[in-house]
Unconditional design. Structure first.
Length: 481
């Protein structure tokens, strides 16, 4: 392994403006105070806010207008609100959120869609990161860069301005269809009737989430509440779409939690460039959505990293964390790695990209450095010798290391070889961080005969390494059964 002399540290100065929800009662109090302010005082206070914060955003007035629109219904009837007063009210309902205040880690890397102007032997790439801030809420951020012929990476400077994607479509569920599915759960009659009574003919995931929070209060056992909520929400489509303005650069775009399924975090996105059978390419990323109670595996789809479709994954195999999609179909079926039991590696095949029903045991911990658990470190990489899977293993003192395995191209349930010792383990200067003694990756790529691996440093920062592909394959086949 060759470590690259580069460390990407979190930057607490990278902030986005979030809507500051004070609750309706407090919001009304704030609104009334601002409404009563003389116009000259409004201008004075607003100018102070603009002087202090306008340089941090491309269009802070637009931010204030958006946030004012979310509380405008609370303004007393008949009150005329000037543009300056609207902006000031928007400022009172805005807060800055530092995306990377805690960590910038668990990276993945893919070839960028646009390779124009790139020198021979070089490759433009997109690196995704898990950014974690206040309250341990995670989001996805991006950096573009170029890998040269020696597998050294140069990253573009981080963007100064950041923007969230605009929610352009949240899936609406059909009540009649949902009611038929709900019958299968055999809920208590009063709960069943109460849920359906509150639903409109079409509803979103966030709407039924609110209904369940109220309806389940009568269930005394918190674990029973959680179990019932999970079973009901599994029947609801949590899909949505995000769109970023064309004038924004990739480094400005932030995929921040937008639905209740992920309000407590978007974790560990594993991006992969997927080649369709007719030759076209689409980018997918599996990730873990967390709502504060339970997790939901989801899949991102994009062709241009400007427009993103997000869909939940279903089935017996779409549980727990650590899902990774193969970069193409195998024998006419989609293929996916998973870890449904939190300990072993599994593989699944499906005709439906979003429905995974039959996980098969693929790998169990074999060597001391992976006795606690084994999992993937991103989507498999296709080589002439087989499917190369970079893995992670957990051993004594909860130390995470990266390993590697090789599987048959036509039948990836057949393991051809596995490294007996770690491929990458934490160095002394990588052991300390948010979670000590961890190296972890969410996706590698092959470039110019090298396996290029971005990796997290103790769940705090990120770095990069590479290993010659031919030497790695030789070592893997040497370990074959």
């Amino acid at each position: 392994m060759t470590r690259k002399n580069i460390r990407i540290n979190p930057d607490f100065k990278r902030v986005i403006p979030r809507f500051f929800n004070s609750g309706n009662e407090r919001s009304v109090q704030i609104i009334n105070k601002v409404v009563d302010m003389p116009e000259n005082v409004v201008c004075e206070v607003l100018n102070g806010v603009l002087k202090e914060f306008s340089r941090r955003y491309k269009d802070i007035h637009k931010v204030f207008e958006n946030h004012y629109s979310r509380i405008s219904h609370l303004v007393p009837a008949g009150v005329i609100v000037t543009k300056d007063r609207q902006h000031l009210l928007g400022a009172y309902f805005t807060m800055e959120y530092s995306l990377e205040a805690a960590a910038l880690f668990n990276p993945s890397v893919v070839e960028a869609p646009d390779q124009s102007g790139i020198l021979p032997g070089h490759k433009r790439v997109i690196v995704s990161f898990r950014a974690t801030g206040e309250s341990h809420i995670s989001s996805i951020v991006f950096r573009e860069g170029v890998i040269d012929k020696d597998c050294n990476i140069t990253l573009d400077n981080p963007a100064h301005f950041l923007t969230e994607g605009k929610l352009t479509g949240e899936k609406r569920n059909d009540k009649e269809h949902f009611a038929r599915q709900l019958n299968q759960l055999r809920l208590p009659e009063d709960l069943h009737v109460g849920i359906l009574h509150q639903l409109t003919d079409e509803f979103t995931y966030s709407e039924i989430d609110i209904i369940l929070r109220n309806s389940l209060r009568g269930i005394k056992d918190p674990m029973d509440q959680l179990s019932l909520k999970q079973h009901v929400l599994e029947l609801v489509d949590a899909s949505y779409e995000l769109h970023f303005p064309e004038h924004t650069s990739l480094g400005e775009r932030v995929i921040f939690p937008v639905t209740y399924t992920e309000k407590n975090g978007i974790e560990d996105a594993r991006f992969v460039k997927f080649t369709e059978e007719e030759g076209s390419c689409t980018y997918y990323a599996t990730y873990t959505a967390y709502d504060g109670s339970f997790i939901l595996p989801k899949l991102i789809k994009t062709c241009d990293f400007q427009h993103f479709e997000v869909h939940p994954l279903y089935g017996k195999g779409a549980v727990n964390k650590n899902l990774a999609l193969f970069p193409k179909k195998i024998n006419g079926k989609y293929a996916m790695l998973s870890r449904i039991d939190g300990q072993n590696n599994y593989i699944m095949f499906s005709n439906d990209l979003y429905d995974w029903e039959e996980p098969q045991l693929l790998q169990q911990p074999k060597y001391p450095w992976e006795f606690v658990q084994i999992g993937n470190a991103g989507s498999p990489l296709e080589t002439e010798k087989g499917w190369l899977i970079i893995s992670h293993g957990v051993g004594p003192m909860r130390k995470y290391c990266l390993g590697a395995s090789l599987f048959d191209l036509e039948d990836p349930t057949k393991e051809l070889g596995r490294l007996q010792y770690p491929l990458l383990m934490p160095k002394e200067d990588e052991r300390d961080g948010y979670v000590p003694n961890v190296v972890y990756s969410c996706g590698a790529m092959i470039h110019e005969g090298q396996v290029f691996i971005p990796y997290a440093v103790s769940d705090y920062a990120s770095s990069f390494a590479s290993v010659p592909l031919d030497k790695l394959l030789k070592a893997l086949l040497k370990q074959s059964h």
